[in-house]
Design a protein around this ligand. Structure first.
Ligand code: GLN
Length: 265
């Protein structure tokens, strides 16, 4: 729980498509107030917003038809803190290597993203990923986390800035994107070794992951990074934090807690 003397932050989750309820559950377990965001008026008074995973081209189309895309972009430009996961990272990017036909993004963070970079369709896996989160130590109970999950307080000496923390997160990669270019002012906060090409699989179309709820069309392109290299799976530019993977799937709330602690005082 957040500290008793901390006002409850009001956090929106863009609720057009995808893994909305998982984020709502984690936020509520941390004592945040939540709101599903579908319309421009839902942005009023938010302290932060989560752009969830799902299918980024569907989220884009729906956001434009609900008239929320441009108000959302302006709210973030005006300082609204963002946590974007998977399709949310894609939707936040300035540029996509392989957009779906007509797909637009919000351009909140100066990166280029490759969709479905770990393999097309149903490819997914879990890994422990060290993620450098910003800000103060989250005031949360961490005793429920398993023994494999460790955490460290970093100091000024590691170049991540005072008070940054590294959390080892059990992350689900579900048709995950990677970041292939970072612009000036974008910090890399998480990398993983690229998967070996022979682990990259295509799957049967139409069998959607429950986590991903990825029901829209695909570009059919099978791209993967070469094995042995680190690929970028987490970035931050100012108040926008974006991750390739799902940190909300495994009952570990520390990443959300750290994100909340970075703006909710
Ligand atoms: N591949 C999906 C997309 O392009 C993202 C997958 C996810 O959010 N788990 O939007």
């Amino acid at each position: 729980m957040v500290a008793a003397d901390t006002a409850r932050p009001l956090v929106g989750v863009l609720a057009l498509q995808g893994g909305v309820e998982e984020h709502i559950a984690v936020l509520e377990s941390l004592g945040a107030e939540t709101r599903r965001v579908r319309l421009p008026k839902d942005l009023d008074g938010l302290d932060g917003i989560i752009l969830p995973g799902g299918e980024s081209s569907a989220i884009d189309k729906l956001a434009r038809s609900f008239g929320v895309a441009e108000p959302l972009r302006r709210a973030v430009e005006g300082g609204l803190p963002v946590l974007a996961t998977c399709a949310g990272l894609i939707y936040s990017a300035r540029e996509l290597e392989n957009p779906a036909p007509g797909q637009q993004t919000l351009g909140l963070i100066d990166v280029t993203v490759r969709r479905n970079a770990f393999g097309n369709q149903r490819f997914s896996e879990e890994r422990i990923v060290p993620v450098a989160m910003q800000g103060q130590w989250p005031d949360v109970e961490t005793s429920e986390v398993g023994p494999r999950r460790t955490e460290s307080r970093d100091t000024e000496t590691n170049g991540e800035g005072p008070g940054s923390i590294t959390l080892d997160i059990e992350a689900s990669f579900i048709r995950a994107p990677i970041v292939t270019r970072v612009g000036e002012g974008v910090e890399v906060i998480a990398t993983v070794p690229a998967p070996a090409p022979d682990t990259v699989t295509g799957g049967a179309a139409g069998e959607d992951s429950a986590a991903c709820k990825d029901g829209a069309e695909h570009d059919g392109e099978l791209t993967h990074p070469s094995a042995g290299h680190e690929v970028i799976v987490g970035v931050r530019q100012g108040h926008v934090t974006a991750l390739s993977f799902h940190p909300e799937e495994n009952g570990d709330s520390r990443l959300h807690a750290a994100w909340l602690a970075s703006f909710a005082h």
